[in-house]
Design a protein around this ligand. Structure first.
Ligand SMILES: [Mn+2]
Length: 302
């Protein structure tokens, strides 16, 4: 069985549900990221369910793909699609302990996390793997550069946000200053390189837990990865994260009992080169799921 066949299984009581979010209208750069959820599913055909390094088989997880939420291609902006996504995320959270959303542009993070928080109120934290702070002010509504600011302004305490992989040339100073002033735990790329991904994931989660976080939502913005490996991300940069570090982070976060949900975003499959970005996205998802499978094998279901 390949990973595509696994995802097509129709578990009645799933451990993890998957939702596609084919949206693109909120992207600051015009993109066709509505094309990515189907390309992501196809890319899974290239992978087995077995992860030899972790000795984990994602097929041990009961999965249910709920399909794609209606996107925003027929709309003039993303507002209606964001509302649909928020409702879909809320109802997905009632079906399974874990929810994974496949974007779509990064504006999805705000409505999806809000839907999950509506379903399960409590002290949530947000951990991003992203070259950018996504702390632009939402003057023109929700965009792919605004979700972290919107969530904080809606009440998520900044000290319950951690950002791994911030790129030195990825952000305006005013947005970085705003992020710092909110108390966001910021881990720049050079710190990832100096300390290693295991150390920064462990310390980021520990920081959030020390600040009262019980449930962690992870935003995997694939543009955290070096542009040479992520050409389909409109805002990926040279000098970015190495793919193996992203994959390691995905596995570690899947293993962590605080982590309950994730999104993978910012890939425009129609702009990809030799499927390399979409396959990286698929591998990130599989590493996250291998972590979830390891967690349940260890009897540590969150
Ligand atoms: Mn982003």
């Amino acid at each position: 069985m390949n990973a595509r066949e696994w995802l097509a299984g129709e578990a009645a009581t799933p451990d993890v549900v998957v939702l596609g979010a084919p949206i693109a209208r909120a992207s600051i750069t015009p993109v066709e990221s509505w094309s990515t959820p189907p390309a992501f599913r196809e890319a899974l055909r290239r992978f087995p369910t077995w992860d030899a390094e972790q000795s984990a088989d994602v097929a041990q997880l009961r999965v249910r793909d709920l399909g794609d939420v209606q996107g925003d291609r027929g709309d003039t902006d993303a507002r209606a699609a964001h509302q649909r996504l928020q409702e879909a995320a809320e109802s997905a959270a009632r079906r399974a302990a874990h929810v994974v959303v496949i974007g779509g542009d990064n504006s999805l993070t705000r409505p999806v996390m809000q839907g999950l928080m509506d379903a399960t109120p409590g002290p949530w934290g947000l951990l991003t793997l992203d070259a950018h702070h996504d702390c632009r002010p939402a003057i023109d509504g929700s965009r792919n550069g605004t979700p972290v600011r919107e969530l904080i302004e809606a009440g998520l305490p900044g000290e319950r946000v951690a950002q791994i992989g911030i790129h030195p040339l990825g952000n305006a100073q005013e947005h970085a200053d705003w992020a710092r002033a909110q108390g966001i735990h910021i881990v720049p790329l050079h710190t990832v390189r100096r300390l290693g991904m295991d150390a920064v994931v462990t310390s980021s989660i520990a920081q959030m837990v020390a600040r009262g976080v019980e449930r962690v939502y992870v935003d995997f913005d694939i543009d955290v990865v070096d542009r040479a490996f992520a050409p389909a991300c409109p805002a990926s940069l040279p000098g970015g994260m190495q793919p193996d570090d992203l994959l390691r982070a995905a596995y570690l976060l899947g293993c962590d009992p605080h982590v309950v949900a994730a999104d993978l975003c910012e890939v425009d499959a129609n702009a990809d080169v030799n499927n390399m970005t979409v396959r990286l996205m698929a591998a990130t998802f599989l590493n996250f799921c291998a972590g979830l499978a390891t967690r349940s094998r260890n009897g540590n279901r969150a």
